[in-house]
Design a protein around this ligand. Structure first.
Ligand code: CA
Length: 369
């Protein structure tokens, strides 16, 4: 198994050695033994440019790769709408409009229904468990197999941790309150809301604020306090609900055009793998560090009303989620293998986490609900 380097340390070493990126003309890198080929890539994202957490991760990834490669892999990052729209990223990278993309696999559910399992499953695995499945449980191999016919190479590239259930303009006291509710919620969670009587819509992050402000939608989920504060959602909704049953630890993805990937020498491919693995971890660290303070700001400065979804509403949503999940693989053999792999890993890791993580959290705070 590969050793994961901490990129801050790598960047420090490179800087200390005085061999940071410089002189990146068309011909090669100054100071190298022989002129090195420079790969200039475009990276398109589904996120608003530089949105804290989600949008800054691909920027950091590009910066790290520039440093690690001594300027040989020079990636320019574009926010949603700059080159293509948020939901055009998959096709644009497949077609080679850009060499690389950053987003979430559930956005491509209309094209590949099972892709949603590589981002998040309602009431499914959390960040720690997803990372275990992807990197040590066979998940990455299946993900690569799923995207190969589209000419794309996927790499896990971020996780937000457990999200919030979302923003509402009314209290949710019973399942009845979800009926007819027009809510921005992507992925399998949207399908679950539909089974529960709601009306799910999918909007890119940059379009949510206006949609809620103009009553195009009644409610929305986005990520969690750190990201939701940045989008200003407290200005357009009063009640902030938890827990994020629909996104218990979504994995974000990088996708690389297969031809562009194969054009890279082995050392640059290795750098991309290590740098994406590092950003996968780094994003979770950032959300973990920032969410708590952001929640305090939302509640104390912006008077946001924090609420927990009632137990019976969560139970009904879980029942609907079990139905949706049972049908997600359909009759496609690869989708069935992905489903079986996820569910088998989930059952095993859940059993162990019940007597480790869960037992510990209960012991640490017995009165917490
Ligand atoms: Ca979300």
């Amino acid at each position: 198994m590969r050793t994961i380097l901490m990129l801050g340390a790598v960047a420090g070493l490179i800087a200390a050695a005085g061999c940071g990126p410089r002189g990146t003309g068309e011909e090669g890198v100054q100071g190298a033994a022989a002129p090195a080929k420079i790969y200039r890539w475009k990276l398109i994202t589904t996120w608003p440019k530089n949105l804290p957490g989600l949008g800054t991760a691909p920027e950091r990834l590009a910066d790290n790769l520039r440093l690690m490669s001594n300027g040989r892999l020079d990636i320019k990052v574009y926010g949603a709408g700059e080159l293509v729209g948020a939901f055009e990223v998959f096709d644009a990278v497949a077609q080679g409009t850009a060499e690389m993309g950053h987003g979430a696999a559930y956005y491509w559910r209309g094209k590949i229904p099972i892709a949603a399992m590589f981002s998040t499953v309602p009431f499914g695995m959390n960040a720690q468990e997803m990372n275990g499945w992807l990197h040590y449980g066979g998940g990455m191999e299946l993900w690569r197999e799923l995207y190969a016919p589209f000419g794309l190479v996927p790499l896990a590239s971020g996780n937000t941790g457990v999200q919030m259930a979302g923003w509402f303009n009314k209290e949710i006291n019973s399942l009845e309150d979800l009926r007819g509710l027009k809510m921005r919620i992507p992925g399998l969670g949207g399908e679950v809301l539909k089974r529960a009587g709601g009306d799910p819509v999918v909007l890119a992050g940059g379009d949510i604020f206006t949609a809620l402000e103009t009553n195009l939608i009644d409610a929305t989920e986005w990520v969690g306090p750190y990201n939701d504060l940045a989008l200003g959602l407290y200005n357009v909704a009063e009640y902030y609900y938890y827990p994020g049953w629909h996104e218990p630890g979504p994995t974000l993805e990088s996708i690389v055009n297969q031809t562009a990937w194969q054009s890279l020498p082995a050392d640059l491919q290795a750098m991309v793998e290590v740098a994406t693995r590092a950003i996968n971890d780094d994003m979770l660290n950032e959300f973990t560090a920032r969410n708590n303070a952001a929640l305090r700001t939302l509640v104390e400065e912006h008077n946001v009303q924090l609420r927990r979804l009632p137990d019976d509403v969560l139970a009904a949503l879980k029942e609907a989620a079990d139905e949706v999940l049972a049908e997600v693989a359909g009759d496609d053999p690869l989708a069935q293998r992905i489903y079986a792999s996820y569910m088998e890993f989930f059952a095993g890791v859940e059993a162990y986490h019940n007597i480790s993580e869960r037992a510990y959290l209960k012991a640490r705070a017995p009165a917490a609900d």
